[in-house]
Design a protein around this ligand. Structure first.
Ligand code: XMP
Length: 311
């Protein structure tokens, strides 16, 4: 395997080099393995002609910018932080439909990038699209935020040319490539995280307040389940409320669902068999550390018929 990964890396680096020539390239890192591997490949190909950004959409996990900076320190890659939280929250304001949310996210995402490329006088955006993203979007399962050409949108309409060095690979191949590229274990083993981030993990409108709730619950879920090494584990905030008791008073509060799955490539998935004492601890921690949550439930559906994410 290692040999083919090495060959893949050599091929992609020279392809990018040839395509780009002396022009400038921009990449965005989200904290995940796909964007990290795509960024390192582009860096190997064009060196200082690559500028790397962390776009704070407002929908990222806790401490993500620090994680990204840390993951790139061995490569001497500087991460530019762009805070566009307000733009994203206002683009998603009042939108509850899942596909409309994804589209609004995508539109804002690529508009932000169009501006960054202009500002950097760059010609290309490198991104970590992988095979499952393309297949699911084409199949109409959902609109992945990072898939454009494959559904007939010309990236040039956003002023972009896109390089997707990983689009032929599934997740486990990407992890092998990332390992071969020398990325840290915490990166190449990291759980997938969707591009539209926490926005698709609150059912209904993605307000700042609701995103804050799911971010904190996600942090707790990741902490408590990491030793079980799930393919993905996270929290979802329901749109309904339910009755509970807080401080001896009736409290009509939020409901958090915990989703944890085992999977090989995200095309199918099974719920993780989480020991009951861990589930109980999760329920206790979330309701005691988060006064706005009164109920926590564990989800037991496979993919299919469910998907991994809720939207
Ligand atoms: P589903 O929910 O379809 O997800 O079972 C399959 C895998 O894809 C991730 N996912 C996304 N990744 N942009 C991404 O980059 C997206 O829009 C997106 N939607 C889902 C999901 O987390 C899972 O790993």
């Amino acid at each position: 395997m290692a040999k083919t990964d090495k060959k893949f890396i050599e091929e992609k680096v020279s392809e990018i080099k040839e395509l780009v020539g002396i022009e400038k390239v921009v990449s965005a890192m989200s904290g995940g393995v796909d964007s990290a591997a795509a960024t390192v490949l582009a860096h190997k190909a064009v060196g200082n002609n690559l500028s790397v950004f962390f776009i704070d959409t407002g929908f990222m996990r806790q401490d993500e910018y620090e994680n990204v900076v840390n993951s790139m320190k061995d490569y001497n890659i500087k991460i530019n932080l762009i805070d566009v939280k307000e733009e994203f929250f206002s683009a998603l304001k009042g939108i509850s439909d899942p596909e409309e949310k994804r589209k609004a996210f995508r539109n804002t995402f690529y508009s932000v990038f169009g501006n960054i490329l202009k500002q950097e006088k760059a010609s290309y955006l490198v991104q970590g699209t992988i095979k499952a993203d393309v297949i699911e979007t084409k199949a109409g399962v959902k609109t992945q935020h990072n898939v454009l050409e494959q559904i007939g949108i010309n990236p040039e309409s956003y002023g972009l040319k896109i390089i997707e060095p990983l689009k032929e690979l599934y997740k486990d191949d990407v992890r092998n490539v990332a390992k071969e590229l020398g990325l840290q274990k915490t990166i190449y083993e990291r759980m997938p995280f969707p591009g539209p981030g926490l926005s698709i993990r609150v059912i209904g409108e993605a307000t700042k307040e609701r995103i804050g709730i799911v971010r904190k619950a996600t942090y707790i879920v990741e902490q408590e389940l990491k030793d079980l090494r799930p393919f993905q584990a996270f929290a979802v905030l329901m749109n309904d409320k339910a009755t509970g008791i807080k401080n001896n008073e009736r409290n009509y509060g939020n409901i958090i669902i915990i989703r944890s799955v085992k999977s090989k490539n995200a095309m199918t998935a099974e719920p993780t068999e989480v020991p009951f004492d861990i589930l109980q601890k999760l329920g206790k921690r979330i309701t005691s550390e988060m006064p706005e949550v009164v109920r926590v439930a564990y989800e037991i559906t496979s993919k299919p018929p469910a998907t991994i994410e809720y939207e």
